[in-house]
Write a protein that binds this ligand. Structure first.
Ligand SMILES: [Zn+2]
Length: 408
């Protein structure tokens, strides 16, 4: 016995009573069929309904042949619905209405892209995080691309359709011949039992296409549609958009982020871009000042180190740098890399790390590899330069002492 599909003709049914017609138990799932169901099975890019059948939660719904199989969250054979039982059922209406708004938004936007640019919807993704349509211009070679501005024009036209509150009707046809009398946006893929969804009248349809999904009865219930990104995708154009309560939530989220950022900059939202630009300019000036000061400081430190090197006959020379990061110390060390006769160990107090430099007579990389790990140090390098990073200064000093002892 096939399942009567309430979601086809009574799309607003949230609660219903049904008789269990079969219970199918496997090792990891239990599926139930009913004489009638409002649970929409996954299809046409729209995800399935969730909800409850009796006391059992519904985890998945699929259509196989003429039947709809509901996967329920139990595999305990002593806790199953029985065949013939009459059970109260309800679907998660918030999820369903969200799906209906988004899915109908997709119809309207696809219809508009077709109408404005001759773009054909060749792919649809309605995921948890985002929704996209892939528009192909293959039938409209005089238009080379869909720009973001064109997508915004489509968005404006789609919202006009939504606010016109046109009826959304589902018409069922037994044959392809009859269905093809409708002003279809896409060629039919089936020969019989065809559902055609039409936004607006057949004479002046905003969209008209074969579809098995669930839709609100009027376009106005979609509420709002927002496109926010266009990217090239496999020779087509992928349009990112949101519709319905999701578009409102997205507006709220972005408004909150922008309000927080504007407050941080003591600015109104309108003035925020110019305030941010001003801050960027100030930051660039500070970065430039810092670069010049580091350059001058490096020169002073190099002069100081040159004097120490000249006066020293030790095999190892340890020099501490108070205000230098490890990278700064490394850049300063480039002046000595491969040239210095003794091993130079530059210590960055800021990053608790050593930069080792030599002319290659002493292998800096091997010293770090051999000794740094004794004192929880990490790092590495080559013959003429290496770095060793420590968790605390005490360990860095122990490493330095060991290297000096080794080379003495
Ligand atoms: Zn549809």
């Amino acid at each position: 016995m096939s399942t009567t599909k309430l979601y086809q003709n009574q799309v607003y049914t949230k609660e219903f009573t049904a008789n269990v017609t079969s219970v199918n138990i496997s090792e990891d799932s239990t599926t139930v069929t009913l004489d009638q169901t409002a649970f929409f099975p996954e299809g046409g890019g729209q995800s399935c309904d969730l909800g409850v059948i009796g006391k059992w939660k519904v985890a998945d719904v699929r259509e196989v042949g003429e039947d709809v199989y509901h996967t329920i969250e139990t595999t305990d054979s002593s806790d199953m619905p029985s065949v013939g039982a009459q059970l109260p059922c309800s679907i998660d209406w918030e999820r369903r209405f969200d799906n209906m708004q988004r899915h109908c938004g997709e119809h309207i936007l696809s219809g508009v892209f077709f109408d404005l640019y001759g773009g054909v919807n060749r792919g649809f993704h309605m995921g948890t995080d985002y929704m996209t349509i892939d528009i192909s211009l293959e039938e409209q070679p005089e238009i080379e691309e869909i720009t973001y501005e064109m997508a915004l024009e489509a968005e404006a036209a789609a919202n006009k359709v939504i606010w016109s509150d046109s009826p959304v009707t589902v018409l069922r046809f037994d044959s392809r011949k009859d269905a093809e009398k409708m002003p279809l946006r896409k060629a039919l893929a089936f020969d019989e039992d065809i559902s055609i969804v039409c936004v607006g009248s057949a004479e002046n349809a905003a969209d008209c296409v074969a579809c098995c999904g669930t839709h609100p009865s009027t376009a106005g219930q979609v509420g709002l549609l927002k496109t926010y990104k266009v990217e090239k995708y496999k020779g087509m154009f992928r349009i990112y958009f949101e519709a319905g309560q999701r578009a409102l939530k997205d507006y709220g989220l972005k408004h909150d982020i922008l309000t927080d950022l504007s407050n941080d900059y003591s600015s109104s939202i309108d003035d925020f871009p110019s305030k941010l630009k001003l801050q960027e300019e100030k930051l660039a000036a500070v970065k430039n000042d810092l670069f010049q000061m580091k350059k001058a400081l490096t020169k002073i430190e190099c002069d100081k180190l040159d004097g120490i090197i000249a006066a020293s006959d030790s095999k190892v020379l340890v020099h501490s740098l108070e205000h230098f990061s490890m990278d700064d110390a490394f850049n300063m060390g480039k002046n000595y890399m491969g040239k210095c006769k003794q091993l130079i160990m530059l210590f960055s107090e800021k990053d608790c790390s050593y930069i080792l430099l030599s002319d290659g007579t002493v292998d800096c990389g091997s010293l770090v590899k051999e000794y740094a790990s004794f004192y929880h140090g990490k790092g590495g390098g080559n013959k003429i330069s290496a770095r060793a990073i420590f968790d605390r200064e005490e360990n860095a000093t122990l490493f330095s002492d060991l290297v000096q002892k080794h080379l003495r």
